[in-house]
Design a protein. Structure first.
Length: 86
């Protein structure tokens, strides 16, 4: 009985937000496709760190995520990304 309680207590599913990231990149849930501008979301996120977004994987299947990386802007090619504040 006690062993069943210990094993059952450790098995759980954690909540993962539909958009999550840090200064190196992030993930966006495919549930946002068609409902939100994912390029603008990733671009605004990376602009907080003075970087630009580059999409790495894009698979359209249920439960998948779109991954992106935040890359430094090449010198002399573009201006620094615009940081939008509301």
């Amino acid at each position: 009985m006690l062993g069943g309680l210990l094993l059952g207590g450790t098995a759980r599913a954690d909540f993962v937000p539909p958009f999550k990231g840090n200064d190196t990149g992030g993930i966006i849930s495919t549930s946002f496709l068609g409902r939100a501008d994912i390029r603008a979301m990733a671009g605004a996120h990376c602009a907080q760190y003075g970087k630009m977004a580059k999409f790495l994987s894009f698979r359209r299947s249920y439960g998948d995520y779109i991954s992106f990386a935040c890359r430094w802007v090449p010198y002399g090619r573009y201006e620094r990304p615009l940081r939008v504040r509301y």
